[in-house]
Design a protein around this ligand. Structure first.
Ligand SMILES: CSC[C@H]1O[C@@H](n2cnc3c(O)ncnc32)[C@H](O)[C@@H]1O
Ligand SMILES: [Zn+2]
Length: 432
């Protein structure tokens, strides 16, 4: 057995208490062996965590990682106009090489910010698989289906591809990849294809991930056309199961919150994207009070404009209070839970908690920073004050992906250079 010991740190435990402890990891199994003091000091590798906080690796519950290539390409528009006027035309011109370059850039940024797992919905999924394999992170991947504007054959092909991709790549990257069936949203995928393909996804044991109730403009057509709210429509189409997770859940009424809670379907809250696109404020405290599992996601870098989960945590706390008109809403402990175990549970991952037997996924945060002094409450710091640049080490599946801010699995300058070149060439093509 090859072992790794993370020494000298303050460790965030599953009950959100913090204790001085070392952590011993079985690197072959990729799991945590022991947490405590005096763990023997005989590990094959040690990682210093003195003056640092050892937390579970952050889990980005909803993103489009390759959109890192479109960061800053189109800003200051609401969702529908942003997608139709700018993003979808740009995506139509992206090559598989662009997707690979964007995915590597996005994953690099996530590793540097302590994120060890993410859920993704995009196209050219084999390119994203390759980036995940190489970089060492965990991912829940899905091919996003859009059927509006397509003829029947093309729509069916897109849905079939989502299912085929889910079946092909489940368990890839030594088990670090799992998969989802991924209809883009309830308004961009026609019910015919949901009726045909969702039962097939269930038969194959594949969970479903989709955007839901993100804007008011997305709710109205479903109510007008089908006479029910979007999540009632989702339930009628077999899209509310306990393994499923929806991105956003901003405009949900009491009945829909009840449906989510009863079904055990999780919500991934994306506060930065919701603010930037002026989509609205999700009722996060009401979702939590109803017993809904809530995780956090950045959404794509074009609507955020970064992939920092620590930024997302702070945004969730701030926006959650505003939405509830209550400063005690979405408190620090709730946010830290969403950042780690909440997202992990939503995605069906066993990570998100530092306990024996759990996946050895960690972010180690340097506390020797002016904005993290004094250390009255490290959970408060994690929710409100820590930044991506404070992450010293990132570990996933027992492997050290970043040590003292040096990324070990991918070549940082090369990934940045390639992304710059690909983005410039994409812009040139779009201007032609
Ligand atoms: C068909 S692959 C996924 C698709 O989703 C688009 N997208 C990015 N951000 C959002 C968002 O906030 N709501 C809805 N759709 C979004 C992305 O550009 C891809 O086309
Ligand atoms: Zn999204």
């Amino acid at each position: 057995m090859t072992t790794l010991e993370i020494t000298g740190g303050e460790v965030l435990r599953p009950d959100t208490t913090v204790e001085r402890a070392d952590v011993l990891v079985d690197q072959d199994a990729g799991t945590i062996l022991e947490i405590g003091s005096d763990l023997g000091g005989t590990a094959d590798e040690t990682l210093d965590a003195t003056d640092s906080l050892v937390t579970p690796g952050f889990v980005n519950g909803h993103t489009h990682v390759a959109m890192a290539l479109l960061r800053g390409y189109a800003d200051d528009k609401p969702l529908e106009a942003w997608l139709r006027e700018d993003i979808w035309p740009a995506e139509g011109a992206m090559t598989p090489e662009d997707i690979r370059a964007g995915a590597e850039l996005g994953i690099l940024e996530m590793i540097k910010g302590g994120t060890t797992a993410f859920a993704d919905m995009y196209f050219e999924v084999p390119e994203i698989v390759a980036a995940v394999e190489k970089s060492g992170v965990r991912a829940v991947l899905g091919h996003g289906i859009v059927t509006v504007g397509k003829d029947d054959a093309a729509a069916r092909e897109d849905a079939a591809e989502s299912l085929a991709v889910a079946e092909e790549f489940d368990g890839a990257a030594d088990g670090r990849i799992s998969t989802v069936f991924a209809p883009h949203s309830l308004t961009t995928v026609d019910s015919t294809y949901l009726e045909e393909f969702v039962p097939k996804a269930r038969d194959a044991g594949v969970p479903v991930h989709y955007h839901a109730n993100e804007t008011e403009d997305e709710v109205a057509p479903i109510v007008d056309e089908h006479g029910v709210r979007p999540l009632e429509y989702a339930a009628e189409h077999g899209l509310l199961e306990s393994e499923d997770f929806v991105a956003h859940g901003v405009h949900v009424d009491d009945r829909e919150i009840e449906l989510l809670a009863e079904a055990g379907t999780s919500v991934i809250h994306c506060p930065a994207s919701n603010m930037k696109l002026a989509s609205g404020m999700a009722p996060v405290q009401r979702l939590l009070d109803a017993g809904v599992t809530v995780g956090l996601g950045t959404d794509g870098a074009a609507s955020n404009n970064d992939l920092s989960m620590l930024d997302e945590a702070r945004d969730a706390a701030m926006l959650g209070k505003l939405a509830a008109s209550d400063a005690s809403a979405v408190a620090a402990g709730s946010v830290v839970e969403m950042l780690t175990a909440g997202s992990a549970d939503a995605l069906g991952l066993e990570s998100g908690r530092i306990e024996p037997g759990a996946p050895a996924d960690f972010a180690v945060i340097d506390l020797e920073k002016p904005h993290l002094v004094p250390a009255h409450d490290l959970v408060s710091h994690l929710a409100y004050a820590a930044q991506a640049g404070d992450v010293r080490h990132t570990i996933c599946d027992g492997a050290v992906l970043m040590s003292d801010r040096e990324v070990l699995t991918i070549d940082e300058p090369r990934v940045i250079e390639r992304a710059r070149e690909r983005a410039a060439a994409l812009s040139d093509r779009l201007e032609e």
